[in-house]
Every structure is written in structure tokens, then in C-alpha cells.
Design a protein around this ligand. Structure first.
Ligand SMILES: *Cc1c(COP(=O)(O)O)cnc(C)c1O
Length: 423
């Protein structure tokens, strides 16, 4: 099936007992064992089945299978939030003394995790600009465990050449992890461009309605963890925390996502609630339709802003004047999703005045909601960054970011026009 149909059908057939057409919410913490042998077999992974909702849940499993199919992977793990998914994907590969390489144009929460939290736990993150391919490659050493990037950077809107980055990663026997939150599988399929692992904040476009937090890790199943058995000893050697299992032997091509579930998720506990998994499934059903409208509206708004005398700069990669135009054609067929940013003549003050004058567009820091949202990254999401870090993250002090919603385009433009008049 194509993406639009997978989003509606994959991973669920009317449940046997009730014939429920919608995916049921399995609001339970635990699952009964037929007898002690059944329980033992479940714990030994000899038979498939549910044990405890921190580790797995049938509602969540539908979400996982659906996103797996839409990204074209072999398995996925849903978690409590996008940050939980990013953290677990790296904790699954890294230990004290190891490092990862990352592009520096990142979501603010990811930037803080990489710049401040991981280093205090002994995992170093070497961040370089997404187009500094030489620098990114030179930063790799024997302790590197992977390369991380966002397909479309939030909030800078920069587009990463996933193919080039995966070539570099694979030359050094490393996996490429791509945060595909802003692009979604509807616009970009990182696995087809050579990525090995995809992470998402489901909170954004996939959920689409701003009602539930969630995150997911998807495994392409293509990375050969055995080829460099000492670098990826955590996936190859017997694991005492899971009765001596070798993940590459027990889970074969799904070794990485299997370990994500039984180590970072099971042992640190950032499980998604089944109710949130259900809400996110409702959003996922209309992802294709919404992404079409998000892109169409963002294009039209970018056009309006570019022609406005008070606007000094518009960042939207689908426009031919964008430095990311070519890469956008390459990774997402020229579609740049629903987020654009722009600068207003007058710096920080003009930016705040604009934001404060909006009437329909909501002032908040989320993205990917069906409603249009506006924020000023330098005073909110990226507030903890100093001016050097801001520049590296691609955030100027006057930058306004709009997550363009699916309202009628004339209403969106009318609100932006009147707010610019107040500046
Ligand atoms: C929001 C976001 C995250 C974090 O997701 P949460 O669900 O808020 O934890 C990660 N990456 C990107 C690109 C995001 O936009």
C-alpha cells in the first residue's frame, strides 16, 4: 500500500472479540500469563506476547507497526516524547567514553541534551555545521558510535544532505540517525537516502493536533552491527542485564530496536501512555492530507512575506532563493514542510511586537499543529543558548518562526499582514 493507505490500515485488523473497527485503547498496565511456563517463555523471548505496558502495549504496537511501514523499516519503539526517543536511540549505542558526531542546527531540546546533559554522563557530542562535511568526517574517531542530524532542521529550516552524511558514516562503519520530525515520512524517507535509524517527535506533525506527547525510534534493519563487533560490543556481546542475550543473535536485523526496548526503555522507563498512542494514531490517519496543506500554505505565506517591505529575510527551503533549495529537491522533492522563519526590520523589538500583535495565530513554542503557531526562538526555545551557540544553531536574535497551519490561507495572511502593520 501507499503511504496514505498505510496510515489508515497498517498493523490492525478488526480485533477478534469485539470486531472494533477503530484501534482499541488497551488501558492496562499488565497482561496475564496462562501458567508459569508461559510467563517464563515470555521472559525468555521464546514466545511473543505482552508482559507489562512499560515495555509493550497492543495499542502502542499498532502505532509502532504503522510508522515502521511508513518509514520502510523493520521495527520501531514508541516512547513518552521525542526527547525520550532521541535519548534512548543514543543510549542504546553509547557508553561512558564514547562519542557521537552531530550537526549543530538542532531542535533546542536536542541541542541542550547534546551540549550539556550527555557530556556530564560521559558521552561526548561533537557538533559541526550540517554542511561542513570535512569537519564532520574529521571529528570521527575509534570511540565514535554514530552520526546524528535533522532532515529539516528546527527552527533554522536548513536541509541536510542525508545521502552525503550517510556516505561519510558508512565509510567509517557508523550508523546515521536522522530526526525526521519536521519532514515526516510523507515528505522525506531517510532510509531511502542511506540513513540507518530514524527518530521522530510524534508530538508534532504525526500527531498533528497538539494533544499528545510521544516519540518513536525506527530501525531500518540495514546496518551491519556485526561488521564492527568491537565498536558495537553492546549489541554483539552477551548482556548480563538481559540474561546473557546477544542482540544481534536474538533479534538479527532488528538488534538495535530490540535493545532499545529491553535496555533504555525497560531500564529507564520513558514509556508512552496507551491513550497517547491512540490519540497519535488518530492524527497519523490524515498525515498526508495535512502535509499537503501545510506545504501549500507555507509556500503562499513565504511568497507574501518575501514581497513585504518590513520583512528583511525569509527562510523557506522550497523557495529558489534559499541556500537549501537544491538539497530540498534532493531529499524531499522540493517540499519544505510547514515551518518557515523570517526576520523583520527592527531586530528583537520588531520581532516581539509582531508576535504580540497576532490575533488568530497562536503564540506558543510547539510546531506541527493543525493550527498556525508563532514563536520567537531567541526568547523561548533557544533562550538557554549564548549568542555564539545561537549563531551555530542558525537562530538570529530577531528571527520569528511560524508553523503554518491548515487554516484558510487568506486568514493566515490577513493575520500576518495586520501584525506587520503594528510593527
Ligand atoms: C519537538 C521536537 C523534538 C522533541 O520532541 P518532544 O516530543 O517535544 O519531546 C525533537 N526534535 C524535533 C525536530 C522537534 O521538533
Amino acid at each position: 500500500m501507499k503511504l496514505e493507505s498505510l496510515a489508515l490500515h497498517h498493523g490492525y485488523e478488526s480485533e477478534q472479540t469485539t470486531k472494533s473497527a477503530a484501534v482499541p485503547i488497551y488501558q492496562t498496565t499488565s497482561y496475564t500469563f496462562d501458567d508459569t511456563q508461559h510467563g517464563a517463555d515470555l521472559f525468555d523471548l521464546k514466545v511473543p506476547g505482552n508482559i507489562y505496558t512499560r515495555i509493550m502495549n497492543p495499542t502502542t504496537a499498532v502505532l509502532e507497526q504503522r510508522v515502521t511501514a511508513m518509514e520502510g523499516g523493520v521495527g520501531a519503539l514508541a516512547m513518552a516524547s521525542g526527547m525520550a526517543a532521541i535519548t534512548a536511540s543514543i543510549q542504546c549505542l553509547c557508553e561512558v567514553g564514547t562519542n557521537i558526531i552531530s550537526t549543530s542546527q538542532l531542535y533546542g531540546g536536542t541541542y541542550n541534551l547534546f551540549a550539556h546533559t550527555f557530556p556530564r554522563q560521559g558521552i561526548e557530542v561533537r557538533m559541526l555545521s550540517h554542511d561542513d562535511f570535512d569537519g564532520l568526517e574529521k571529528a570521527i574517531d575509534d570511540n565514535t558510535r554514530g552520526i546524528f542530524c535533522e532532515s529539516i532542521g528546527n527552527p533554522a529550516g536548513n536541509i541536510v544532505d542525508i545521502q552525503k552524511l550517510s556516505d561519510i558514516a558508512h565509510r567509517h562503519g557508523l550508523p546515521l540517525i536522522v530526526d525526521n520530525t519536521v519532514a515526516t515520512p510523507y515528505l522525506c524517507k531517510p532510509f531511502e537516502l542511506g540513513a540507518d535509524i530514524v527518530v521522530h517527535s510524534l508530538t508534532k506533525y504525526i500527531g498533528g493536533h497538539g494533544v499528545a506527547l510521544g516519540g518513536i525510534i525506527v530501525d531500518s534493519g540495514k546496518f551491519d552491527w556485526k561488521a564492527n563487533a568491537s565498536r558495537f560490543a553492546v549489541l554483539n556481546d552477551p548482556d548480563p542485564s538481559y540474561h546473557g542475550v546477544s542482540y544481534t543473535e536474538a533479534f538479527a536485523e532488528a538488534a538495535f530496536i530490540g535493545r532499545c526496548r529491553v535496555v533504555p526503555l525497560r531500564n529507564t522507563g520513558a514509556a508512552i501512555s496507551p491513550h497517547n498512542a491512540f490519540l497519535i494514531l488518530q492524527g497519523l490517519e490524515t498525515l498526508g492530507l495535512r502535509m499537503e496543506r501545510h506545504c501549500e500554505n507555507a509556500n503562499a505565506l513565504a511568497e507574501f512575506l518575501a514581497a513585504h517591505p518590513k520583512v528583511t529575510k525569509v527562510n523557506y527551503a522550497a523557495r529558489s532563493d534559499s541556500p537549501y533549495f537544491e538539497t530540498c529537491q534532493k531529499i524531499s522533492g522540493g517540499q519544505a514542510s510547514g515551518i518557515l522563519s523570517f526576520e523583520i526590520d527592527g531586530g528583537q523589538e520588531a520581532g516581539s511586537k509582531f508576535i504580540d500583535s497576532l490575533q488568530m495565530i497562536l503564540r506558543l513554542v510547539n510546531i506541527g499543529d493543525a493550527k498556525s503557531l508563532a514563536c520567537h526562538p531567541a526568547s523561548t526555545t533557544h533562550r538557554q543558548l549564548n549568542s555564539g551557540e545561537l549563531a551555530a544553531a542558525g537562530v538570529s536574535e530577531s528571527l520569528v518562526r511560524i508553523s503554518v497551519g491548515i487554516e484558510h490561507i487568506e486568514d493566515i495572511i490577513a493575520d500576518v499582514r495586520q501584525a506587520l502593520e503594528q510593527v
